[in-house]
Ligand binder design. Structure first.
Ligand code: BTN
Length: 249
């Protein structure tokens, strides 16, 4: 399997997640990737929308079928963030960070978001992951939220879509082969070195539950290690992370 083979290019669609999931359910080969110039109903994690002007961001979704146990899929989700961070660095020459569970930040500002879904293929016992990546390429400051950035902003000019896409596919395929071959310690180590907010106070919300504490790292399954005020370190498997102490709602 190679991510990007085949590559289906669409001008406009609702969301590449919808197209890739439909293809996965119809038995499309793992690696199948859907790239859109514009999404009219782009989705983010936790029910958020994902909005970008036409042809500004790299927006794609791809299908994988992992042979690894289900509990290691949390690490896979972070590994995609690592591949995107390495892609960003290839253009900025800097050191981008992975914000758990899988955003990519440049100097604390979000340049890419990742959405991972795992679902059974109808009528089979097989699972397919559909992973969506939105990487801000040509977006200008007015197109982005205040805490957002793009390759154009970071480098002073938008790199060509084809160049970003090629780099991204190489990096995604590299982390995929490392993940599937089981060299998870290498992946974990590379993520630890780029993990945002290490040693800082954060809050993680998972549905009705909230966890406050200091980020200490990730564990081999990709769970976030957080130390609470009592000095107890817990592994948090899912949630949305906010910097700083808990804000009352
Ligand atoms: C997030 O930051 O919450 C995740 C954003 C994921 C956006 C990408 S763009 C391509 C794919 N299609 C979507 O509708 N969402 C993902």
């Amino acid at each position: 399997m190679a991510i990007g083979r085949p590559l289906i290019r669409l001008g406009e669609t609702t969301s590449t997640m919808d197209v890739a999931r439909a293809l996965a359910n119809q038995g499309a080969t793992p690696g199948t990737t859907v790239l859109a110039g514009h999404q009219t109903q782009g989705r983010g994690r936790a029910g958020r929308t994902w909005i970008a002007p036409p042809w500004s961001a790299i927006t794609l979704s791809f299908i994988t079928a992992s042979r690894r146990p289900m509990e290691s899929l949390g690490l896979l989700s972070l590994a995609w963030g690592l591949a995107v961070a390495e892609t960003v660095d290839a253009f900025t020459g800097g050191r981008s960070q992975v914000k758990w569970p899988n955003d990519v930040l440049v100097d604390g500002r979000k340049i890419a978001g990742i959405l991972v879904t795992n679902g059974a293929v109808p009528g089979t016992t097989e699972y397919r992951q559909v992973t969506g990546i939105g990487l801000n390429r040509a977006n200008l400051p007015g197109d982005l939220p205040p805490a957002g950035t793009s390759l154009a902003i970071e480098t002073g000019g938008a790199p060509a879509e084809g160049d970003v896409l090629s780099e991204l596919l190489v990096r995604l395929n590299l982390v995929w082969s490392q993940f599937e071959s089981g060299t998870h310690d290498v992946i974990v180590d590379r993520i630890q070195r780029r993990l945002a907010y290490r040693g800082e106070q954060v809050h993680v919300r998972d549905g009705d539950r909230g966890h406050a504490g200091v980020v200490r790292g990730i564990d081999p399954r990709g769970a976030l290690l957080m130390e609470d005020a009592a000095g107890v370190t817990r592994a948090i498997v899912a949630g949305e992370l906010t910097r700083g102490p808990r804000r009352e709602r």
